[in-house]
Design a protein around this ligand. Structure first.
Ligand SMILES: [Zn+2]
Length: 119
């Protein structure tokens, strides 16, 4: 009796489960991200402060549509393979929106679905 919640050691409890779910629900489609990247001022415009987001929504990766708690975490993310792959993808021709939408909605191969979501 009285087992501890496995997530108790997470300091910022407010961000623990919620952000995971949010990113699933609010995740932009690849086509939306791609469109954002076509705007010349997309990387320069000031980010809106959002207390619900990690780092108040100030550390954002446009390519992956992800928010980070600190600039250090974001810079780490910029070095990851996933991010670089993503940048490459976004620099290329417009993404296959239907396929990606299906995968993002969990309708694709079960093996790949969860991995894509946790980017
Ligand atoms: Zn990224």
């Amino acid at each position: 009796m009285g087992g501890k919640c496995p997530h108790r050691k997470v300091k910022k409890r407010r961000l623990s489960h919620k952000t995971d779910r949010r990113s699933k629900f609010l995740r932009k489609g690849d086509d939306a991200v791609y469109e954002e990247l076509q705007k010349p001022d997309a990387e320069n415009k000031p980010l809106p402060v959002d207390e619900d987001l990690p780092g108040m929504g100030q550390y954002y990766c446009l390519h992956c549509d992800r928010y980070f708690a600190t600039v250090a975490v974001r810079d780490e993310h910029f070095k990851t393979k996933k991010h670089k792959k993503r940048v490459k993808q976004m620099l290329g021709p417009a993404p296959h929106t239907q396929l990606d939408a299906d995968l993002a909605a969990g309708m694709g191969m079960p093996d790949n679905g969860p991995k894509l979501m946790s980017m």
